[in-house]
Design a protein. Structure first.
Length: 573
């Protein structure tokens, strides 16, 4: 091979090496560019996703750690942020008869396992559990199992006893405000109270981790329930009901129906107590209607002279004789009528007012329809339609022949004392300025006069046992026989005290009602509201007044100087 051939071969080899090197470099560059483009695309996708989430405020993925920690149902609080209902992780006890793939899934006998469970859960029915285990019936043996209880069950070593983790609804205040809150059933939906009303809102994924405030003040609620329970037990009453209402906004600060139930554990006894006496049961509330009748007469101009005397003697009308529970003398003026609670004088006032004018006032107070509140259980009043004959108007004037809920009465008294404006009651906390405009029922001057008269009843009349020094309470007693087969039952009363405070600038209405109280030592063997319902208010107001910013002031009171001369000296002693 000559020199030319060798040189040519060497040159050709170098060219091939350079070409191969260039090819490898091109491939490497392409790979680097591909990887860079891939990372750029991923980065762009991430940026786009972040921008999208920022612009749309989209929720986290259901698999995100943050959302996994959030309860599936929102919290309910009182007006001050105290928790009334919340969801939290909990265990349940489930029996799985197929845990071991057929045959018995229990190591020990059914009776032995039931005995072991009885030791962990003392309130269970051991025989019932043993029978269920023996039959191999799958299902829940218990809900709401505490962590320490779950550990003890697990220590039994029975694979058929499973402990699935679930979300439970807990009411940290126990039975307090049960009729306001209601409860959450096994299907995860609210029942009875605000749990039912707010069900969709509380379960909405967009509201998870948030809370909904109610108008309830847990401090006032606790005090109301405590005093109603005390009054109910002292008189052996079958039940009681009460409400504290803001007269300017319609917000319900407390609402109680007793006996109560425990929303944490719904059993047969609890289910029997779910009926709400405040919003769903209608009653003839007796003489608590008399101030409303007087207010209607003042507004209409038929009552102008409080010193004018009306006959207090029984009189017949329409085959019926209107009389008082006991003789009150030959005649009474307006202050004396309210102090002594005369049916006869009230009837004479309605005669001059007119039955249909009274009916219109009652309708303006909402007494011809279900009470206005968010709760689903609302009773329809017993209300006579059409024109009212005079006898009907007279009996309604003193609280018979019409049946309404205690909430109706509370809203009506709020209108009577707040300057004359009726507003619907609400269980939602209202922001300043959110109170509904309402509708005018009474003149402001009439309201001012009624505040005097209500205070006078507590100072000199049947409401004396409701007086609390410095709190300027005003109100009216009402003791009505309950209707039954063949007429009214003289041995069964509904005793009510309808009150407001402080009467020089009313802020709150308080209703206390006892259902069928008995004459006991605690009530001096009396069954009327003056002896049992009025004292409840007298004890309650000093407890809740300071909580609501109303301190006792012995130097302030309602000016009764123009009414005092109309009150007999005997009443002042």
């Amino acid at each position: 091979m000559n020199t030319m051939t060798v040189s040519t071969a060497i040159y050709s080899g170098r060219v091939q090496l350079v070409t191969a090197r260039q090819q490898h470099l091109s491939v490497a560059r392409a790979r680097v560019l591909f990887v860079a483009a891939l990372f750029a695309a991923l980065a762009l996708a991430a940026v786009v996703r972040i921008v999208y989430l920022g612009l749309t405020d989209a929720a986290h993925s259901a698999t995100s750690f943050e959302e996994a920690l959030l309860p599936p149902r929102g919290e309910i609080t009182d007006r001050n942020g105290e928790t009334l209902a919340r969801a939290f992780p909990a265990f349940a006890l489930w029996f799985n008869p197929d845990a071991l793939g057929g045959g018995s899934s229990l190591v020990a006998s059914s009776k032995a396992v039931a005995a072991e469970l009885k030791a962990i859960f003392p309130d269970i029915d051991e025989a019932q559990i043993a029978d269920r285990l023996a039959k191999g019936k799958a299902g829940y043996l218990r809900r709401r199992v505490l962590p320490e209880e779950a550990n003890r069950v697990q220590a039994l070593g029975e694979l058929g006893l499973e402990l699935p983790q679930e979300t439970d609804r807990h009411y940290p205040q126990g039975s307090m405000a049960a009729h306001v809150l209601g409860y959450v059933a096994a299907d995860g939906h609210g029942r009875v109270g605000m749990e039912s009303v707010l069900d969709k809102q509380l379960a909405d994924p967009a509201t998870r981790g948030t809370s909904i405030p109610l108008s309830i003040d847990v401090r006032v609620q606790g005090a109301l329930e405590d005093e109603l329970t005390r009054g109910m037990r002292a008189t052996n009453a079958v039940g009681s009901a009460g409400i504290v209402l803001d007269v300017d906004t319609g917000e319900v600060l407390a609402l109680a129906s007793l006996p109560e139930f425990d929303p944490n554990r719904i059993d047969e006894a609890g289910a029997a107590n779910m009926f709400n006496r405040v919003t769903n049961q209608v009653y003839e509330l007796g003489s608590t209607f008399k101030p409303l009748t007087v207010a209607a007469g003042i507004d209409a101009g038929t009552i102008t002279d409080f010193g004018r005397r009306y006959s207090a003697r029984p009189f017949p009308i329409g085959g019926f004789t209107i009389r008082d529970s006991h003789p009150l003398g030959d005649s009474l003026n307006t202050p004396e009528m309210l102090m002594h609670s005369s049916n006869v004088v009230t009837a004479h006032m309605v005669r001059e007012l007119g039955a249909n004018r009274l009916k219109k006032v009652m309708a303006d107070l909402g007494m011809n329809e279900r009470p206005y509140i968010e709760l689903p259980a609302k009773g329809f009043p017993i209300w006579a339609s059409g024109d009212w004959p005079l006898l009907r108007g007279m009996t309604v004037g003193y609280g018979h022949g019409i049946a309404v809920t205690p909430l109706h009465l509370a809203s009506s008294y709020a209108a009577m004392v707040n300057g004359g404006i009726w507003r619907p009651a609400t269980l939602h906390k209202l922001a300043p300025g959110q109170a509904p405009k309402g509708r005018r029922v009474f003149k402001a001057s009439t309201s001012s006069r009624m505040n005097q008269l209500l205070r006078m009843i507590v100072v000199y009349g049947t409401g004396r046992k409701a007086d609390a020094p410095g709190f300027r309470i005003g109100g009216k007693t009402g003791s009505a026989e309950k209707p039954g087969a063949g007429g009214y039952r003289k041995t069964s009363l509904v005793s009510t005290f309808a009150a407001a405070f402080p009467m020089d600038r009313p802020r709150y209405v308080v209703i206390a009602m006892l259902d069928e109280p008995k004459g006991t030592v605690a009530s001096s063997f009396q069954r009327t509201a003056a002896w049992n319902a009025a004292p409840i208010v007298g004890r309650l107001v000093p407890r809740i007044g300071p909580m609501l910013g109303i301190a006792p002031d012995a130097q302030r009171d309602v000016d009764l100087s123009d009414l005092a001369p109309l009150v007999p000296q005997s009443a002042k002693e």
